[in-house]
Write a protein that binds this ligand. Structure first.
Ligand code: NDP
Length: 279
């Protein structure tokens, strides 16, 4: 039976520290969220970010644009927010409507305000092993791993998924923590065998319960990033009920990576504000 990595509890600790820092420094960091269109899940995520920001004493301002917005209109809003001295952090809620080049828009955010860490500058710094602002989900995953296992040096880590939001940046973070890293994706052959060799599995492919008991080495650490909605219920990429009997540590869905992602976004905004104010 494995120990559960309680993302909700860890996120509360992080939020508590940020709230104390905000009070001590007598600041109100401001996070701007660009929300384009009608994606239902995006509206829920943004509401959650706003609520979490308020809990720590941060101001989260949502800038909504209609589904019909064109590239230039979204870029103009990002430009305006870049030039607004009252805004410390900017994120563009993904996904953007069809036909919009999200990477171009995200890379327009000033690197010092890019609190999702997804722009070319911050992603490049991470890939070079010289991180500046680190993407929230990968940062949360690393925090969870270190809180469970401490030093990760020499561990074999398998990351299932190679997206710019999770798979690639978390692979860089693990590499920077001296793990030996394998990145698997939809074209990987014998994924079960690849996964079974791992001391650490990061499941981030959006395939409900793909990671089964016989895919996991005894004592491995398993972090489930997946959020899959099936019949109104959320499930991860790991078959939790099976894998919990074989892993040494496992993160649940919900209550694992999700709350850590929001906490790390808030942490990035807090730190960006301190840096911008020279504190
Ligand atoms: P993407 O769809 O951008 O990427 C999915 C990746 O998984 C791709 O690299 C894809 O490979 C790979 N993949 C798909 N199917 C398979 C398969 N059968 N075997 C191996 N690899 C496969 O998703 P994201 O990275 O944005 O998100 C991944 C999951 O994590 C989703 O469920 C998402 O909802 C969740 N998520 C959760 C967050 C949280 O805070 N908890 C934050 C962000 C995401 P290829 O490149 O070859 O297509």
């Amino acid at each position: 039976m494995s120990a559960i990595i309680d993302g909700k509890a860890l996120a509360e600790e992080i939020k508590q520290k940020i709230a104390e820092g905000i009070l001590k420094n007598n600041i109100v960091p401001v996070l701007a969220v660009v929300l384009v269109g009608n994606n239902e899940a995006s509206h829920i995520y943004v509401k959650n970010k706003k609520k979490t920001a308020a809990e720590v004493g941060m101001d989260c301002r949502v800038f909504e644009l209609p589904e019909s917005s064109v590239q230039k209109e979204i870029e103009a809003l990002v430009d305006k927010l870049n030039n607004d001295k009252n805004i410390n952090g900017i994120i563009v809620q993904l996904p953007l409507p069809r036909g919009i080049d999200a990477n171009n828009i995200i890379s327009l955010i000033s690197p010092e305000k890019d609190v999702d860490g997804l722009g070319v500058y911050n992603a490049g710094r991470l890939a070079m092993g010289e991180p500046n602002i680190v993407a929230a989900t990968p940062k949360g995953i690393l925090y969870m791993l270190k809180s469970a296992a401490g030093d990760l040096t020499g561990k074999n880590a398998v990351v299932v998924g190679r997206s710019n939001i999770v798979g690639r940046p978390v692979s860089s973070l693990l590499l920077n923590s001296d793990c030996t890293v394998t990145i698997a994706h939809s074209k990987t052959k014998n994924l079960q065998e690849v996964a079974k060799a791992a001391d650490i599995i990061i499941a981030a492919c959006g395939c409900p319960k793909i990671i089964k008991k016989d895919w996991v080495k005894k004592g491995a650490i398993v972090i489930d990033v997946g959020i899959n909605r099936i019949d109104g219920k959320i499930s991860g990429d790991v078959d939790f009920d099976e894998v919990k009997d074989i892993a040494s540590y496992i993160s649940p869905v919900p209550g694992g990576v999700g709350p850590m992602t929001v906490a790390m976004l808030i942490d990035n905004t807090y730190n960006a504000c301190l840096k911008q104010l020279g504190k």
